[in-house]
Design a protein around this ligand. Structure first.
Ligand code: AMP
Ligand code: GLY
Length: 416
C-alpha cells in the first residue's frame, strides 16, 4: 500500500513514523515533509503545493490513501476534490471542516445540539459588537471566526482591551478575512484538555487524553504558540471528567454531525476546558493536534492505519483502539524569539545521542547536517511507566541536543 501525508511539522513526522510500522505499507510520500520524514524507512519527501498537483501525483503513483495534517486544505475542500477524482482520503469534507473553519458556525452547532460550551454571541457588524462590549462581563474572550493559525483568540481583561482587540480584528483586518466575523464569549477559568478522536460519522472513538502547553513561557506566561509540549494522559482527565466529556460533549456532537448530514471519516479534536461547573467544549479541530499527535501516536498500541481503514469502511463500531500503559511527555525545542521573529539556519547537534523519540518539525537537511528551519524545531518524546519518569527522560534527552538560541520550556507536565 502506498500512502501520502500532507504537511511538514512534527505531527506529520509522527504520523509517518506510525504508518511506517504497518507491514502493508510499501511507500509513504510526504508532501512536502521535513528532515525527519526524509530519514524514515519507506518514506520520500515530495515538493508539491497545489491540490491539483497532489491529485495528479496520487494517480501516477498509485497512492491508496491520503491524510492531511493541518486544517487549511481541509477547509478549502481537498477531501471533496480527492473524492471527485476517485481517490481515497481520510479527513472531513468541506461541509464538516467548517466546524473548524468557522468558530461562529461551530458555536451555533454546539448550541443547537446541546454541546456544553461557553455563552457567546456572533457578530458580523462592528457597531453591534462594539455596543455589546459596553455591557458584557469581563474578562471576555474575542475570537476571529475564521482560520488564524491559532492566533485569533484574545482574552480581554477589561473594556479598553476588548475595544482594541475588536478594532484590530474587524476594522484593521489583523487576521484578514478571518476577522470579518467575531465570536465574543464568556471567559472560562479551568484547566484545558485535548481529546483527539476518530469518527466514521456513526461512531466516535476518543483517543487517550492529552495536555498541551500553548504559552511560550514557563508557568503559562507570554504569547500563545502552536504548542510547546504535551503530556498524555492528561492528569486532569479523571474517569469522572471523561464521562462528563462523553455525555455532555461527544454524544451531542455525534448527534449534530448526523442531523446536519456531515458524513465523513476523519479526526475530531475536542479542545476542552475543565472546571468545577463541568467539561466545556472550547472548539473543534478537524485534524490531529500538533504537538498532541507526537505523544498520542507513540502511546497507541493499535496500528493507526488499520484503525483508519476500519473507519473508512464504516466499521469503527466494531473496532477497539488499544493504548500502552504508562504516560508520555513531549518537549518542543524552538528557535529563540519564536513565536515572534527568529533566525533559521543553525546547525542542530546531538540528536543521534538521544534514545527517546525525536520528531523533526522546522528542520532541513544540508548535506549531512541538520539545520533549523522554523519556529518550532523539534520534539523529544519519552514514554515511561509514570508521568514523572516520562518527564525526566524527555528532559534528560533534550539536554543532549543543541543549536544556537535553542529554547524550551522546563515545566512541561507540571501539575499545579
Ligand atoms: P480556541 O482556538 O477557541 O481553542 O482558543 C485558543 C485558546 O484560547 C484556548 O486554548 C484557551 O487557552 C483560550 N480560550 C478560548 N476560549 C476561551 C474561553 N471561553 N475562556 C478562557 N479561555 C479561552
Ligand atoms: N496543539 C493545538 C493544535 O494543534 O491546534
Amino acid at each position: 500500500m502506498n500512502v501520502l501525508i500532507i504537511g511538514s511539522g512534527g505531527r506529520e513526522n509522527a504520523i509517518a513514523w506510525k504508518f511506517s510500522q504497518n507491514t502493508k505499507v510499501n511507500k509513504i510520500y510526504c508532501v512536502p515533509g521535513n528532515a525527519g520524514t526524509a530519514a524514515l524507512e519507506k518514506t520520500e519527501n515530495i515538493a508539491l503545493k497545489e491540490i491539483e498537483d497532489i491529485i495528479a501525483f496520487c494517480k501516477e503513483n498509485s497512492v491508496e490513501l491520503t491524510m492531511v495534517g493541518s486544517e487549511e486544505m481541509l477547509v478549502e475542500g481537498i477531501v471533496d476534490k480527492f473524492q471527485e477524482n476517485g481517490l481515497k482520503i481520510f479527513g472531513p469534507n468541506k461541509k464538516a471542516a467548517i466546524l473548524e473553519g468557522s468558530k461562529a458556525f461551530s458555536k451555533d452547532f454546539m448550541k443547537k445540539y446541546g454541546v456544553k460550551t461557553a455563552a457567546y454571541e456572533n457578530f458580523t457588524d462592528y457597531e453591534k459588537a462594539n455596543l455589546y462590549l459596553d455591557q458584557c462581563p469581563y474578562p471576555t474572550v474575542i475570537k476571529a471566526s475564521g482560520l488564524a493559525a491559532g492566533k485569533g483568540v484574545v482574552i480581554c481583561q477589561n473594556k479598553a482591551e476588548a475595544k482594541t482587540a475588536l478594532e484590530d480584528m474587524m476594522l484593521n483586518e489583523k487576521f484578514k478575512d478571518a476577522g470579518k466575523e467575531v465570536v465574543i464569549e464568556e471567559f472560562l477559568e479551568g484547566v484545558e484538555a485535548s481529546i483527539l478522536s476518530i469518527t466514521d460519522s456513526k461512531t466516535i472513538i476518543p483517543f487517550i487524553s492529552a495536555k498541551d502547553h500553548k504559552k511560550i513561557g514557563e508557568g503559562d506566561t507570554g504569547l500563545n504558540t502552536g504548542g510547546m509540549g504535551v503530556v498524555a494522559p492528561n492528569p486532569y482527565v479523571t474517569q469522572e471528567v471523561f464521562e462528563r466529556f462523553q455525555t455532555e460533549v461527544l454524544e451531542p456532537t455525534l448527534k449534530g454531525l448526523n442531523a446536519e448530514g456531515m458524513d465523513f471519516c476523519g479526526i475530531i479534536f475536542f479542545g476542552l476546558m475543565i472546571n468545577e461547573r463541568g467539561v466545556y467544549s472550547l472548539e473543534y479541530n478537524m485534524r490531529m493536534g500538533d504537538p498532541e499527535t507526537q505523544v498520542v501516536l507513540p502511546l497507541m498500541e493499535s496500528d493507526f492505519l488499520d484503525v483508519i481503514e476500519a473507519a473508512m469502511s464504516g466499521k469503527l463500531s466494531e473496532t477497539e483502539i488499544k493504548w500502552k500503559k504508562g504516560a508520555g511527555c513531549c518537549v518542543v525545542a524552538a528557535s529563540g524569539g519564536y513565536p515572534e521573529a527568529y533566525t533559521n539556519g543553525y546547525e542542530i547537534k546531538g540528536t543521534e545521542n538521544v534514545e527517546d523519540l525525536v520528531f523533526m518539525a522546522g528542520v532541513k537537511n544540508e548535506g549531512s547536517k541538520l539545520l533549523t528551519n522554523g519556529g518550532r524545531v523539534l520534539n523529544v518524546v519519552a514514554l515511561a511507566d509514570s508521568l514523572d519518569e516520562a518527564k525526566k527522560k524527555a528532559y534528560s534527552s533534550i539536554e543532549k541536543i543543541s543549536f544556537d538560541k535553542m529554547y524550551y520550556r522546563r515545566d512541561i507536565g507540571k501539575i499545579k
